[in-house]
Design a protein around this ligand. Sequence first.
Ligand SMILES: Cc1cc2nc3c(=O)[nH]c(=O)nc-3n(C[C@H](O)[C@H](O)[C@H](O)COP(=O)(O)O)c2cc1C
Length: 224
Amino acid sequence: MEEKNIRPVCQHNPAIDCPCPKDCPRHGKCCQCVAHHREHGNLPICLRGLVNKAKTYSEIVSARYSCKKYTSEQISKEQLDAILEAGRLAPTAKNLQEQHVYVLQSEPALAKIDANTPCRYGAPTCLVVAFNKNNVFTYPGGKRTSGVEDATIVATHMILAAKSVGVDSCWINFVDPDKLAKDLDLPEDEEILMIMDLGYAAEGVGPLDNHFNRKPLEDTVTYL
Ligand SMILES: Cc1cc2nc3c(=O)[nH]c(=O)nc-3n(C[C@H](O)[C@H](O)[C@H](O)COP(=O)(O)O)c2cc1C
């Protein structure tokens, strides 16, 4: 295998520079790319470096992945506040701000998540992102309203903010939103968009293959 071009800029992701303090067992100095380290079997070390050091927008976007096993360690209040604040700053249609974010950390609350989906993966914090379906903007044409869109923007702000403060996450929609809303006793006028698992990745856990499987831009972008 050709090994000489992996430093200092990673062949998989030129946007990522070198945040990891550990050396790659195969190549000496670490090239810092999650995809690269995954190939060489030392992902957990290097992912941790990446998680803690991802600061620019492109680093944060590259470092986020769907974490499917967490430690029991709770995230800090500062981290949670930063995540919630990022949601608060999200834009919404007509500035309606119809989102409602629920923070679930207690045992009984998390048990309700577990009763509704197998996808908490041990996360010690779950956010449930909902919106007030009676306070949405109806677009011209009358077919669509802003609720799902606005709540999705809020959730996306928060999931990227999580990575920026070193918190792992997963977007969950394998759930019956009406049943969960009932179990959580949410107001009648609120609809659940998604659950967001938040916590720290368990030892040895990293992105699944899907994370590295993205279509080329030519497949999804058209210049008109
Ligand atoms: C709208 C949405 C719903 C998802 N629902 C689930 C889910 O219910 N359970 C789960 O384990 N992962 C879920 N995921 C994670 C996706 O499977 C994952 O984002 C995708 O495979 C790409 O991997 P990556 O996030 O690691 O880059 C969801 C992601 C999105 C964006």
